[in-house]
Ligand binder design. Sequence first.
Ligand code: DOR
Ligand code: ZN
Length: 345
Amino acid sequence: MRLAITRPDDFHLHLRDGDMLAAVVGHSARRFARAIIMPNLRPAVTTLAQAEAYRQRILSGLPPETDFQPLMTLYLTGNTSAQEIARTAQSQVVCAVKYYPAGATTNSDAGVRDLSQVYPVIEVMEKYDLPLLMHGEVNDPQVDIFDREAVFIERHLLPLLARFPRLRVVLEHITTLDAVDFVRGAPARVAATITAHHLLLNRNALFQGGIRPHRFCAPILKRENHRRALLAAATSGDPHFFLGTDSAPHRRADKESDCGCAGIYTAHAAIELYAEAFEQVGRLDQLEAFASFHGAHFYRLPRNTGRIVLERKPWTVPESYLLADNSRCKPLRSGEVVRWSLEDD
Ligand code: DOR
Ligand code: ZN
């Protein structure tokens, strides 16, 4: 069986920098026309000039004859100035601003400690219609790790949306029934990305036969009823929901460690994994809208004109991918089968 769809976009992607960027960017460029690039480098991408320079490094790292377009973001900190946001809003390079609660995930120590402190900057974003992309979890040790998304919605997202009635917000990588229900009922200025791994795995996968560090991500995998709610949302045709892989490569040693990093690498098989998930519920007919139309509409981008062809032909994922510095990154399904393949262009 073959499935041809408009070339998709990845609305949430970690490409990293340097050696790692060089090793991973080809995977995304082969599948996607554009991607929203996360700014959680060290140091974080906090200014327009840094975003422009990072974009150039990505473009120079691309394999020849690809026309992949990186859509850049700025990292919101307690020190982000209203002037920088105003400048950024007028640039063609930066499409959005990313909010990380300080300490919630990889390279988030520069994140925001108190959301209300950055309200003056958010006001400028609302004025210039620059979307705010939110890592929607509280980082409160009193709150159970499985409840942090639901508590974020109540404690921070609801007041934010009430305070800024025209601000456009993407709740990134949603993982719960609570987030699905909230976003489904929200106005069109609120949207959500959904990863392939949250569509395919529930929290049992973290402990299948032992502890599985390569399945650890933030927000953490949830119960099966939440996975089912995400799958129903992604395949429903509702334009609030669109594709964002959150593909997050790490060196193997940094994940298989006493304090392993959060992040799952999926760029090597991203659209193929989404096809598997959609096939599970008999909704392959909805893959194109979710992967290629809804996100472009939200970001006010033209739809891509090219196409990709998926084929229902199983292939075995390599055990690991070599990073240029001789370390390795272990991808999702390492050494195992993915049911769908991408036909060559
Ligand atoms: O699992 C994750 N990894 N979640 C994030 O929010 C960040 C990402 C990373 O940068 O590794
Ligand atoms: Zn991410």
